[in-house]
Design a protein around this ligand. Sequence first.
Ligand code: TXA
Ligand code: MG
Length: 331
Amino acid sequence: MSPALTIRPYSEGALSQAAAKLRAGELVAFPTETVYGLGADATNADAVAGIYAAKQRPSFNPLISHFPDRDAAAKHAVFDARADKLAGAFWPGALTLVLPRQKDSNVCELVTAGLPSIAVRVPAHPMARELLRAVGRPIAAPSANRSGRISPTTAGHVAHSLGDAISMILDGGPCGVGLESTVIDLTTDRVVMLRPGGITMEQVAEVLGCEVIMAETDDTAPKSPGMLTSHYAPGLPVRLDAKTADSAKYGNEILLAFGDCNTRGFDAVLWLSRTGDDREAAANLFAKLHEADQKRFDGIAIAPIPDSGLGLAINDRMKRAAAPRAPHPSP
Ligand code: TXA
Ligand code: MG
């Protein structure tokens, strides 16, 4: 499970090798002007699940999709006038826009965490742009470090943190900005900064000529009412660790099944993974949650999933899906 690691500086051959790996569903770390990204084909759910496995991330946050230019991004995200102004002013560069997702976008739901929005960015680093152009697909890329470690700004940092989990790093030297991109949410009438970064609130406000609101940064605190919910929750109640069906108690449930779980007595069954493979289950997670969320059922039952490997992040996500919902704030 420790593939030989290749670290290659800029060359045409290195770029085309990296592009081929990404198209084949492998992970490649590459430089951007902010930090090194751990890239995967954003349209390949199995490849994206690999990002979580490599980073050992305990939760599924939505990821940024990277593009070579604004028009490539606009195939997957709906740009309004504000988005075009910001893209015009700061792209390529350290700005990420959260926009409504295009209906026909083939970016997988593990990237958008099942949300109707998508985060898009056009990085400025020449190697990143050339790579993105060569791949010709959106690339999901969080920072290329193990979860909880500092963000990598050299190829050496990446090798140190993820060297045993990935097969290739493109070495573009140290990152100029050294701080992740600023994330701006434009999915409502307001302009909300979700993550401070390379581009400041004042710079954004000046281009748009309006106020920029700072989202609450403490991810563990509940978001204030009306604040953008960044977590997809199904409409049906969700029951965790469902070992047996009990229609007298829970009505007609659809089971999200895993491994050798008990499927008897459920109204319908959707498999996260028949073989009990956590990576396959992660890749399927959001698509199956959406598929299960139908009015003809009374609830969604989740089979027990061990808390190991990607099971940790899957269970974290399911716990959020099962948590009591705050009532929608009145308009
Ligand atoms: O500088 C960067 O942005 C680096 C380099 C590699 O490009 N990338 C990076 O990606 O930091 P990532 O995927 O770790 O950034 C995720 C951020 C989180 O703050 C997440 O909440 C937000 O983007 N995000 C992504 N999709 C979102 C969505 N649909 N709605 C709200 N927030 C979203
Ligand atoms: Mg990070």
